[in-house]
Design a protein around this ligand. Structure first.
Ligand SMILES: [Zn+2]
Length: 66
């Protein structure tokens, strides 16, 4: 009954993509899927050790003191 399509999230633009039609790319044994060649190229151009979400913006905090 429940046979959902294999969908996954495009890590670049956040779009939900169908694994059957999306563009795949491997990194560290993990497969990623992309809505377009453009997103795939962006992903491949990003260094593997770049950790999104981790920012070193210590200077930003001082803005709170206005
Ligand atoms: Zn995309």
């Amino acid at each position: 009954m429940t046979n959902p399509k294999e969908t996954t999230k495009d890590p670049i633009c956040g779009m939900i993509v169908d694994e059957a039609t999306a563009l795949p790319a491997d990194r560290d044994g993990t497969k990623f899927y992309f809505c377009s060649e453009d997103c795939r190229q962006k992903f491949l151009a990003t260094p593997a050790d770049a950790k999104p979400g981790k920012q070193s913006g210590e200077g930003e905090g001082t803005a709170l003191f206005g």
